[in-house]
Design a protein around this ligand. Structure first.
Ligand code: 5GP
Length: 186
């Protein structure tokens, strides 16, 4: 298998450099999968991915989990084509699963202000699941404005715009196999 692994990339006229390599991502995601295996033994959780950004992380994380589990997706919009959050969030797609009485793991690509995960958490809790936890590949602790409890964090990163591994800039760059950060902010 070959991956798209350059050290620097240009996306929509902006320069980015590698922040987290494919190997670093792979190792940490394996650890998260192992932790979830231990915490959810005999529970059959439903992993609920938040589209679009979380689709690659969710696919890799799920393959590092060996207990029985299911998958579903919400779709939200918040960034549009910009590099900063609009501060508005809209639901574009609902889940199909009946989650009443089920153990839910919300899967996010990144927690920035916390608005999106806070919004989803409110929707999910109204559906009476047995438990809800959050796993996010990335978290920008310095940017958080809304109260959220992120139970599993892959990496804490500085408050800079990142790209790749599912995260886009104006819809491009999701196919990059590593995580990149905007050079301008260095
Ligand atoms: P929040 O609602 O926590 O402010 O932001 C969450 C969403 O904003 C993420 O799911 C992601 O779609 C987007 N986002 C936040 N920070 C970044 C970033 O640095 N790069 C990209 N590409 N998207 C981001």
């Amino acid at each position: 298998m070959s991956f798209y692994l350059p050290d620097t990339v240009n996306c929509n006229g902006e320069e980015f450099r590698v922040l987290l390599s494919e190997e670093v991502l792979r190792k940490r995601i394996a650890e998260l999968g192992k932790q979830i295996d231990e915490d959810y033994k005999d529970k059959k959780p439903i992993l609920i991915g938040v589209l679009n950004g979380a689709f690659i992380f969710l696919a890799d994380l799920m393959r590092c989990i060996s207990i029985p589990c299911e998958v579903d997706f919400y779709k939200l919009s918040s960034y549009g084509d910009e590099k900063v959050s609009s501060g508005n969030v809209e639901q574009r797609k609902d889940i199909d699963a009946n989650i009443e009485g089920r153990h839910i793991i919300l899967v996010e690509d990144i927690v920035d202000t916390g608005l999106s995960i806070n919004y989803i958490m409110n929707i999910v809790e109204k559906k009476n699941p047995k438990s809800v936890k959050v796993v996010s590949l990335l978290c920008k602790p310095e940017s958080i404005k809304y109260h959220v409890k992120v139970d599993y964090i892959g990496f804490e990163i500085p408050p800079k715009f990142v790209l790749g591994y599912g995260l886009d800039y104006a819809q491009e760059g999701r196919n990059l196999a590593q995580l990149y950060v905007l050079k301008e902010n260095d």
